[in-house]
Write a protein that binds this ligand. Sequence first.
Ligand SMILES: Nc1nc2c(ncn2[C@@H]2O[C@H](COP(=O)(O)OP(=O)(O)OP(=O)(O)O)[C@@H](O)[C@H]2O)c(=O)[nH]1
Ligand SMILES: [Mg+2]
Length: 435
Amino acid sequence: MTVKTQIADGPGDTIFALSTASGRAGVAVMRLSGPQARSVAASLTDDRPLAARKAVLRTLRHKGERIDEALVLLFPAPHSFTGETVVELQCHGSQAVIEAVSTALLQHGLRQARPGEFTRRAVENGRMDMTEAEGLIDLIDAQTDGQRRQALRQMDGRLKGLYEDWRSGLLDALAQVEGEIDFADEGDVPDALSHAARPHLDRVIVGMEAALIQADRGRAVRTGIEIAIIGAPNAGKSTLLNQIVGRDVAITSPHAGTTRDIVEAHMVIAGLPVTFSDTAGLRDTTDAIEAEGVRRARARAEQAHLRILLQREPAIDTHLQDGDIVLKNVEGPVKKNEINALTGNGLDDLMDRLTMIVSTRFTGTESASLTRARHVDCARRALTATQSARTHLGVAPELVSEDIRAALRAIDELAGRADIEEVFDRIFSQFCVGK
Ligand SMILES: Nc1nc2c(ncn2[C@@H]2O[C@H](COP(=O)(O)OP(=O)(O)OP(=O)(O)O)[C@@H](O)[C@H]2O)c(=O)[nH]1
Ligand SMILES: [Mg+2]
């Protein structure tokens, strides 16, 4: 069955890119998108008809010469990834085939896609919103299970659902406000306004605040969790790092002040990427190099999601935040909150505790929706504007609708509806070519 009608293709030119990784492989997928995709695919395949969404085996030919045998798949607009007509050529994955196909496509007037251009077209054609597109990048980049799950939820429109809810609450409030301004008796306006719009604004504010509280967690899942090992010189920090990762990554010695540079080691805990940092022992020192190490150690201690403070006589007690781990490095049998860094006695308990912390604090079932700095920035601006609307309700009604519109604009930006070229360029340049 062939599709008879060519459904509205956008004005853009037709692009192509290799969608699979380059290098030697069994199969390589070359993807074409745009108004010419179908006709160019037809002329490469002896003009035999292509049925929608049916894989067919065809000889690819250019200027009379056979290039390859390929599976050809046609997705007529608008039911495709980009919303334009898309053709996939599944050819053999050698450098020579890929080059010959690319040359043929270029000679047919197609253009090599820029990074993220397929997804950008999908967003521009309303096939997905910006946050779903970001979920897609995260899914492609996911290295652990936790990241994969969060990315899939984002791709399924989790954040979209949330901001659509905020938007509808704001629109309800706006409708009340504008209705009241039109009809109410001058004297009654402020009271009537606050009465009708307040519950909507309250609900939106509560939702935004809750999402922002969870945001650190969402970003931690994307970028990984940082755990800093801190303590006095000679506490056994480097010895502990080596035990945790089971490799000799950091130099240890009886000399106080051995570690200066931050030594990092990576692991996966509870499905999330975790980076442990071993840091210089914290003390005042006149040695300029060690002092720089201590400065870096303090900075890392402050930035990390979690600190393990290792104590050995004399114990120091510094840079701790809520929920951190304090461990005594002891000889012989270990009790709760103790470890023997040299023998590894107590290490299993520490790892259990870390697994528990990572899974409850960072991957809980109520996982985060705001997963990027960009999301947090838009949501904060929307929250500030909504709070301002609520403050103005009883006192300056003329400002309320202006505030609500500002909140709606911030949400549009979050959705990628604001269509600001610059924002689009920045986001899509993070994609790889072929996506
Ligand atoms: N007996 C014993 N020795 C330990 C223990 N932990 C570490 N040590 C020793 O103590 C010395 C200092 O250990 P490191 O791991 O280098 O200490 P650090 O905290 O990294 O020290 P700086 O890098 O100087 O801040 C080394 O000689 C270790 O072998 C322990 O639990 N028991
Ligand atoms: Mg050390």
